[in-house]
Design a protein around this ligand. Structure first.
Ligand code: NDP
Ligand code: NHF
Length: 362
């Protein structure tokens, strides 16, 4: 029996991942899709098994067979679309990250949050990757309280997008917002604390320098370091490199405290793993107490059906499963508008720090 009917806003790459994962949940069905390019909306509707294509954004919002909305449009459109959604019947929304892209929009997010009466979940699913979820669960007991956290992402360059919107900071918020809001969200979660100071060095060293769009060369950064001081004295670091797809693992997270260290290793999207290298690596969690010393390696495999439904280690499924419950009135939103806004604020501060060559106080 159908319990939650979804409307999809934006029908590009990530919409496909959402639709495939919604299809794995019993009682969840996509009933309508919208994209300014009708052909993309039609493809998404077909992927969803016969959803209807809405002729306009307003037409989608006016439908009475849509119980929940999923925003999967380009970054710079999210806050404006949330405001438009608020003019219709308030229903649960899952909004892709980043919640906003420009410091001037922070007040709009607050005003929206104050007035919208249905649950809004910001899609930052790295928390739900099984190895990262294990690290989050075990970090405090293994470390005795995390004092240092390092997140390293060594990955492929930004993929081509519909209309090439992701080639320019004005549309994405900048790489440390677009890409790294996920990692700032993780930092807040692991530390159970709020950041007070951010220092970054970042730039565009290798990727997209020979591309031109309407006479403009992309201005998006492809590497950087960010150091974050937290209020209670712990510190975190992010290392991002987007010309490192030759790596075995894409993300490596390590948390260390007085009693020991816990790490996790997360492979990149399985569809990019070269066949000639054999099976793709299995995610791992490594636990290294100080006393007695010695590393324990734990494999954290992901169900292959869930893994194949997306590029993010199964996380989109686990997030949707919980969002589905929220739509039914069970369970609370885990990634709130406040979480989404704080992760963007950290990213914007990191962009500013790298641009101006100084530490930014939050
Ligand atoms: N959480 C995660 O791990 C990931 C999240 N994302 C996020 O998902 C979102 C979409 O990214 P992605 O799917 O990769 O990008 P794509 O470019 O593949 O898809 C975006 C789609 O939105 C459409 N669009 C443009 N304008 C509007 C509009 N006004 N209303 C509705 N749709 C519109 C585009 O169509 P057209 O331009 O033809 O009009 C395009 O089809 C972004 O916010 C991105 O940051 C992406 C990857 C991973
Ligand atoms: O948020 C994101 C997570 O992963 C994607 C790749 O699959 C990124 O490109 C995107 O920006």
């Amino acid at each position: 029996m159908t319990k939650v009917r979804y409307g999809i806003i934006g029908c590009g790459m990530m919409a496909g991942e959402h639709i495939r994962n919604i299809a794995l949940i019993q009682g969840a069905v996509v009933t309508a899709t919208y994209d300014p390019v009708r052909e993309l909306a039609e493809q998404a509707a077909a992927l969803a098994g016969g959803a209807e294509v809405a002729e306009s954004f307003d037409a989608l919002l006016a439908r009475d067979d849509v119980d929940a909305l999923v925003i999967v449009s380009p970054n710079h459109l999210h806050i404006g679309q949330l405001e438009q959604i608020a003019a219709y019947k308030h229903r649960p929304v899952l909004c892709e990250k980043p919640l906003y892209t420009d410091p001037a929009q922070a007040a709009q997010v607050q005003a929206f949050a104050a007035n919208y009466t249905a649950p809004v979940w910001v899609a930052m699913e790295y928390r739900y990757m099984p190895p990262i979820a294990t690290l989050l669960q075990e970090a405090a007991s293994v470390t005795g309280g995390v004092k240092m956290l390092t997140i390293r992402e060594h990955r492929f360059p930004f993929l081509p997008k519909v209309g090439d919107w992701n080639r320019f900071n004005a549309n994405t918020g900048g790489t440390l917002v677009e890409k790294c809001c996920h990692f700032f969200d993780l930092m807040r979660l692991v530390m159970e604390d709020e950041p007070v100071r951010i220092m970054a060095s970042a730039g565009q060293s290798v990727n997209h320098l020979d591309e031109t769009y309407d006479g403009q060369t992309p201005d998006i950064w492809d590497n950087g370091y960010v150091i974050v001081d937290f209020a209670k004295g712990a510190r975190a670091m992010l290392e991002l490199c987007m010309f490192a797809e030759g790596s075995k693992y894409q993300e490596a997270v390590s948390a260390v405290g007085p009693n020991g260290k816990i790490e996790c290793l997360v492979p990149g999207p399985r569809r990019f793993w070269p066949d000639h290298l054999g099976p793709a690596p299995i995610p791992q969690v490594l636990v290294s107490p100080r006393n007695p010393a010695g590393e324990t390696v734990i494999d954290v495999p992901v169900d292959p059906t869930i893994l194949d439904a997306g590029d993010h280690n199964g996380s989109t499924f686990y997030q949707h499963r919980k969002f589905f419950d929220v739509c039914l009135g069970h369970g609370a939103v885990e990634v709130t508008l406040d979480d989404g806004a704080r992760a963007v604020a950290m990213g914007l501060a990191a962009q500013q720090s790298a641009r101006e060559g100084r530490a930014i106080l939050l």
